[in-house]
Unconditional design. Structure first.
Length: 95
């Protein structure tokens, strides 16, 4: 693994952990609760953290750590599983 690949993976890992932390705060204090540090909503903070993850995922694709087609295929397979095994799409038109 190159130094750049290692750095991308380290930052991706950190950003994923920050998303986990914000999800926890949204569930604990409400998604529209005010964040104490900057007065913004937990929803906005979650949005920022997810954006950071998306940036790192794009870099992982750009640097050949993961293949964009394989990632998209995996996302499609996950969506199919969710349609079967989760309650997310109940009472909805098929996506």
């Amino acid at each position: 693994m190159t130094e750049k690949e290692n750095e991308i993976l380290n930052i991706l890992q950190e950003e994923c952990a920050e998303v986990i932390q914000m999800v926890s705060k949204c569930r604990r204090f409400g998604i529209d609760g005010t964040h104490l540090k900057d007065g913004g909503s937990n929803r906005q903070r979650l949005t920022e953290e997810i954006g950071d993850v998306l940036c790192m995922l794009k870099l992982a694709q750009d640097f050949g750590i993961v293949d964009v087609t394989e990632v998209n295929d995996a996302a499609f397979r996950k969506l199919e599983k969710l349609q079967i095994w989760s309650n997310i799409f109940k009472d909805e038109i098929n996506v």
